[in-house]
Design a protein around this ligand. Structure first.
Ligand code: 0RA
Length: 680
């Protein structure tokens, strides 16, 4: 079964809600009308208000394609749904006619038509239709539950329609006004008296200049969107009608007329969608917090089945395909409730490794929250960010899930067994993946010179890149085989900053190194494939050693900068001196350290024996272990890229390591006076 979105894919894609700043900006435009003689001052600020929408429609509705076109419908019906959810409307009519006009008609309170308090010579209706973001924010008490959604407002639909007509039945009077491309084409007129009618009807034709000459609403898509609204709010009836002539192709099975009303809400939807899929417990767990409380309310339906799990979540009947805080609260409630049930029945040990992933992986879930002024984040503003949503859902679902589980131990145990199996399966799969990856790497790709460690997982392991075969030999004897691997490199490695791509690829040492690491380079780099937790460069404590370390760091910086960013690269600090006196031996990493030790540790008593190591290869394995390799005793320096100015870093590397010797020469000339302790 496909985890179909109720909305047939007509997701939302909207810009950030009006910020204080943008509202301010709008205000300043309002106060600064240009002097066009054809319009009143107020008209002109309105004109300016919607111009950006026509210039960059993508910013407001995510594009000008089919999806964006259907977004116009979502925008209008969401406004009517707000009226319904707030308890002011009970039905919504959706009609697509043969000319391609779409009408949405509701029996809500009707958009106010009296003069707008701020722009006395314009009606509130006109302000709502012609000002960005004015819709839901017009009167914050308007929507008891939803408060304007994250929709961009009806004015955006108006701006992008070649024709838009509004009819409002309010206070026993019927009003009408028409617009084109965001501008009024008539004044607001009273066209009659009404007795049993109240509400708003919006009829519009998307502008072909924006959406293309052949753009058409798809009946099937509209139908799915409209029907889903009825599932999401059981208190509304959606009446659908469509011109017969449009019911062809993918829409051939769409009814010309239908009425949708689902008092059973999300539970009905889930039951219908899953049909005769095999359900684990045979039942759907559903519930809601009946009243739209002060902070918000929630409705959900979930069941477990043998297919791939899905969660369709909504806020104020608008889909949230990227999830968010409400989904987080839902997952946490299910997990915690199940765990506490397991504790109650003595199954807590068995349930210990279970995560919410194990619960959700085979869950079919619908989750709808209703709340005032929700906040959305993410690239497409499709993720709910309101923190309270998490709490509302968590508390409500946990309470009722506790009861649901306790009500039928047989059912609860079935579910418990099921999620434990999912968890076992997950762990088994993870192990298999690890083994197959490691063994594939091991058999096929490890370089011959590498003395690998025995632990297969990367955690806690280290790769020492060692200068020279003889030091490599000592290191192999000095290491802890379980967690330490050794890769000896002979002599200087290729300077990658100064080599062509072909040369780099052909270089044996470099390819050995890349193979040993396992994580690939540049765009292909994958931290999860890195075979060791720490990569440690171990070179002699002399100028040649420093040069080799510089070449290696350049390699990492150019080929796998993320490895450095993620904190995997280190420098070993081998000692330069061995100092002993009587039975006491200490190692000094440089001259300053030596002087310090001489002053503080070796005073007075007996003859002092001091030797200077010429290289790592000279050290006995035991010495190397004690001074440089043993995690309990050694010092490591972590390599990092100073990211204050990445460009400067890039320049410096290019200057010092790149293929222009003049740059290096200049650097040396400029900095020679600062050099000291040159080991020549
Ligand atoms: C602003 C204020 C009021 C209602 C509406 C807008 C409204 C907008 C739409 C869009 C489609 N259907 C709608 N129904 C109402 C509040 C009016 C009042 O307080 O009476």
């Amino acid at each position: 079964m496909a985890p179909t979105d109720l909305f047939g894919g007509a997701g939302k894609s909207v810009p950030a809600p009006a910020t204080k700043k943008s509202q301010k900006k709008q205000k300043s435009q309002e106060n600064n009308p240009s002097g066009n003689a054809d319009y009143t001052a107020a008209d002109i600020e309105v004109l300016e208000g919607l111009e950006p929408v026509r210039r960059r429609p993508g910013m407001y509705i995510g594009g000008t394609d089919e999806k964006a076109l259907h977004h116009l419908f979502a925008e209008v019906i969401d406004n009517s749904m707000d009226e319904a959810v707030a308890g002011h409307a009970t039905w919504i009519e959706v009609e697509l006619d043969a000319e391609g006009f779409l009408s949405i008609n509701d029996n809500g309170r009707g958009i106010p038509v009296d003069p707008h308090p701020k722009f006395t010579d314009i009606s509130a209706l006109e302000v709502i239709m012609t000002t960005l973001h004015a819709g839901g924010k017009f009167d914050s008490k308007v929507y008891e539950t939803s408060g304007g959604l994250h929709g961009v407002g009806i004015s955006v639909v108006n701006a992008l329609s070649s024709v838009l007509e509004v009819e409002i039945a309010r206070n026993r009077e019927l009003f009408k006004q028409t617009y084109s491309r965001g501008l009024p084409t008539s004044t607001l007129e009273k066209i009659g008296d009404v007795h049993n009618r109240r509400g708003t009807k919006i009829r519009f034709l998307p502008d072909p200049d924006i959406f293309g000459q052949s753009a058409r609403f798809q009946p099937l898509r509209l139908l799915k969107m409209a029907r889903s609204k009825a599932y999401l709010f059981g208190g509304v009836e959606i009446r659908w009608s469509c011109a017969e002539s449009l019911l062809e192709g993918p829409s051939r099975d769409v009814p010309a007329q239908a009425v949708f009303h689902f008092p059973g809400g999300l539970k009905d939807y889930l039951a219908e969608t899953l049909g005769n899929e095999h359900l684990v417990t045979g039942e759907i767990f559903s519930g809601n917090t009946k009243s739209a409380g002060k902070h918000g309310s929630v409705e959900w339906a979930v069941t477990w089945f043998t297919g791939d799990g899905f969660v369709n979540s909504y806020c104020n009947t608008v889909p949230t395909p990227e999830g968010g805080t409400h989904e987080a609260g839902f997952r946490s409630a299910l997990l915690r409730s199940l765990k506490s049930y397991a504790e109650l029945t003595g199954n807590n040990k068995k349930l210990a490794p279970v995560t919410s992933e194990d619960i959700m992986t085979s869950a079919a879930a619908m989750l709808a929250v209703f709340m005032r002024e929700p906040e959305f984040v993410g690239q497409t503003k499709d993720r709910l960010a309101t923190v309270e949503a998490s709490k509302i859902v968590d508390v409500a679902v946990r309470d009722q899930f506790d009861i649901w589980l306790a009500a039928s131990p047989a059912r609860a145990n079935k579910l418990l067994e099921w999620v434990i199996e999912r968890s076992d399966e997950r762990l088994r799969r993870r192990k298999e993946r690890e083994i197959s990856r490691k063994s594939a790497v091991r058999k096929l790709r490890l370089p011959g010179k590498l003395a690998d460690c025995s632990r297969t997982a990367a955690e806690g392991t280290e790769l020492f890149i060692v200068e020279g075969d003889s030091a490599g030999g000592s290191a192999k004897q000095a290491r802890n085989r379980k967690i330490q691997a050794i890769l000896p490199l002979r002599g200087k490695i290729l300077n990658v900053a100064n080599a062509t791509k072909d040369k780099i690829i052909a270089n044996q040492q470099i390819s050995d190194l890349i193979q040993a690491l396992g994580c690939a380079t540049r765009a292909n780099y994958l931290e999860s494939d890195l075979r060791y937790e720490r990569i440690i460069l171990m070179t002699d404590a002399d100028v040649d050693g420093a040069h080799i370390a510089a070449l290696l760091i350049t390699f990492f910086y150019r080929e796998m900068p993320k490895l450095i960013d993620e904190g995997h690269l280190f420098l070993a600090v081998p000692p330069l001196y061995r100092i002993s006196q009587g039975g006491k031996t200490l190692y000094a990493r440089d001259d300053a350290h030596k002087d310090e030790l001489m002053e503080t540790q070796f005073k007075g008593r007996g003859k002092i024996d001091m030797s200077r190591f010429k290289g790592l290869g000279e050290m006995m394995p035991a010495q190397l272990k004690e001074t440089t390799m043993d995690p309990a005793k050694r010092t490591l320096l972590k390599v990092s890229i100073r990211d204050a100015d990445p460009e400067q870093t890039r320049d410096s590397v290019q200057k010092l390591m790149g293929n222009k010797p003049e740059a290096r020469f200049n650097f040396i000339q400029e900095n020679a006076e600062f050099a000291k302790d040159l080991d020549i």
